[in-house]
Design a protein around this ligand. Sequence first.
Ligand code: NAI
Length: 332
Amino acid sequence: MKIALFSYKSYDKEWFDSHLAGTGFEINYFRVELDESTAAYAQGNEVVCAFVNDDLSRPVIARLSELGVKMIALRCAGFNNVDLEAAGEYGLPVFRVPEYSPHAVAEHAVALILGLNRKTHKAYNRVRDGNFSLSRLIGFNLHGKTVGVLGTGKIGKVFADLMHGFGCNILLYDKFPDTSLAKKGYQYVDLGTLLKQSDILSLHIPLMAETAHIINRATLSMMKDNAMLINTSRGGLINTEHAIDALRKKKLGYLGIDVYEQEEGVFFHNLQEQIVDDETLAILMSFPNVLITAHQAFLTREALDEITRITLKNISDFQNGLTNENQVGAPK
Ligand code: NAI
C-alpha cells in the first residue's frame, strides 16, 4: 500500500521509517502542506497521511478521490481541518489518532504556565547576555491559585491532576462532565463561574462550530482581572483580536498559546530569513506577557511513537477491510 505523507518534518520520516519494517507499506514523503494546489502529489498513492494544518476541505477531498486515494489517515487527534461530510460523500474513510499522549500536551500547558509566570525564557536570555539582574522577573506562587479547566477529556483530566499537584484549586467545565473527577476534590461549575473564578484558565476542548471563538470579548470580560489564559488546543477557540484588546487594556494578565488562529503557513516552518506577513501575530509577539510556541505540545518521543504506531495500524486495518474506533468519517 502506498502512502502520500504530507507536511513531513525530519522527525516524521525518522519515526515512520523506523516503524515500516514488515508492514509492506511504502511512504512517499512530501514537505508541502496539502491543499488544492498540492493534492496532485497524492497521485499513485492509496492513502493520504495528513497533519493538523493540511487542508482537507471539500475541493481537496474531491481531487484526492479523483486521483484514486482511498483513505485519509490523520496523524493527529483533531480533525477540524477535514470536511467529514465531503469525505463521506466521496467514500473516503478518515482515521485519526485520538489519544497518543495526553501527558505530552498537558505537560506543555504547564510549561507555558511556568514560563509565563516565572519568566525562565527571559532569565535564560539575560544570563547568557551577562545580565544577572532580577528586575521584572517577579512571579506568583501557583499553590493556592484557582485553575479552570475548560474541557475535561483525556488532556484536560491529566492537566487538572498536574495542577492539583502544585496545590491549586481545580474548577472544571465540560459539556459532558465526568463525575469521577469529583472524588479527587475537583468541582464542576458552569462556564460563567469558571471564567469568573479562575486565576488560570486552560482550554482543552476541540474546535467545532459551537466552540469557535468561545473566548471572545464577552467571555474575556467575565474573567478575573490579570488572569492567565492558556491554549494548547486549537487557535480558533480564541478570537485573537479580542484577546489582544484584553491584553492592551490589562484585563488579561498573561497569554500562553501553542496554537494560533492563522497558524497555517507559519507554524512548523523556519521563516527566520523572511518577513512574516501577519500583523496580528507580530502584535502578539510584541507583548512581554505573551508566550507563544509553534504547535509543539504533542512533540515528545513517547507521543511520536504512539502517533506512528496507531497511524500505521489504522492504515493496516483499512487495508484488511476492518474499521476501528479511530475512524471519524464513515463513507456513505
Ligand atoms: P477529548 O475528546 O478527550 O476531550 C475533549 C473534551 O471537550 C470532552 O470531554 C468533551 O466533552 C469536551 N467538549 C466538547 N465540546 C464542548 C463544549 N462545547 N463545551 C464544553 N466542553 C466540550 O480530547 P483531548 O484528547 O483531550 O484533546 C483536546 C484537544 O486538544 C483536541 O481537540 C485537539 O484540538 C487539541 N490537541 C492539541 C495538541 C497540540 O499539540 N497542541 C495535540 C493533541 C490535541
